[in-house]
Design a protein around this ligand. Structure first.
Ligand code: ADP
Ligand code: MG
Length: 253
């Protein structure tokens, strides 16, 4: 279970404080597939960084499997991340001087895992890159780089995987393969997946869609597929009819 409790985040803009998250709260049960949607600048990336323990909030708590991340120091948070969390960055963040295999293998070795090389090859095989082990990032397409990033994020068997616009830089067909990959890893490993997306097709596949606007959650409901199954939708915005389907089909900004 991942719990966000009244999370706030302020940045200093010049000398003036700028509040980008205004008291965000929710609970995500283990094994969920959750999409966070909303306009550019609404606080999605900031929220993901807080949930993953990459960044600290100005107020509120993040509790992952009963451990309050927000009460830990950076070293302790790094340990929890190493044990439980996978993160796929929007820009992949592969190490350019390492091959695909090494990009997955090196973090395993740094964690002191035995058989890192075998595990790296197995993971790359699983994302369909068994034939690209020795390629450097510049020799891979955007979709292939994203798959290496996903293999790397799954290398520690995370209980929870965060992905920031994982299909943002990809064409439709490649994006669809990435979505299938995330879904199968969610189903097969029972990992929680929390992703930020502008992609209606991707949001539609989620169990649950959290819609953000101006640093707040304005709607929280099932993804479109669940909604068609008769899932319950809770509109926390009150005055608008922002439904799960509406949230999932918002235009790109
Ligand atoms: P989203 O991912 O939804 O596009 P972000 O979480 O990246 O939104 O940003 C939310 C707001 O916070 C934006 O207005 C952005 O300019 C601001 N912001 C993000 N990071 C910083 C930072 N390090 N310093 C100051 N302002 C920031
Ligand atoms: Mg963002």
């Amino acid at each position: 279970m991942l719990v966000a409790r009244d999370l706030t985040k302020e940045y200093l803009s010049g000398s003036r404080p700028l509040t980008v998250l205004h008291g965000v709260s929710f609970e995500i049960p283990q094994g969920s597939f959750v999409a966070i949607v909303g306009p550019s600048g609404s606080g999605k990336t900031t929220l993901l960084g807080l949930l993953a323990g990459l960044d600290t909030p100005s107020g509120g708590q993040v509790i992952l499997d009963g451990v309050e991340l927000t009460s830990l120091d950076e070293d302790a948070r790094a340990r929890v991340r190493g044990e439980k969390v996978g993160f796929v960055f929007q820009s992949f963040q592969l190490i350019p001087t390492l091959t695909a295999e090494e990009n997955v293998q090196v973090p395993l070795e740094l964690r002191g895992e035995r058989g890192a090389a075998g595990r790296a090859r197995e993971l790359l095989d699983r994302v369909g890159l068994g034939g690209r082990l020795d390629h450097y990032p510049t020799q891979l397409s955007g979709g292939e780089q994203q798959r290496v990033a996903i293999a790397r994020a799954f290398s520690n068997h995370p209980r929870i995987l965060f992905a920031d616009e994982p299909t943002g830089n990809l064409d439709g067909a490649t994006g669809a393969r990435i979505v299938e990959l995330l879904e199968s890893l969610n189903r097969e490993d029972g990992a929680t997946v929390v992703l930020v997306t502008h992609d209606p097709a991707l949001a539609e596949r989620a169990d649950r869609v959290l819609r953000m606007q101006d640093g707040r959650i304005v709607s929280d409901g099932p993804g479109a597929e669940r909604a068609r199954d008769g899932g319950r939708h809770v509109d926390t915005h009150g005055d608008t009819a922002v439904g799960a389907i509406g949230a999932a089909t918002e235009p790109r900004p």
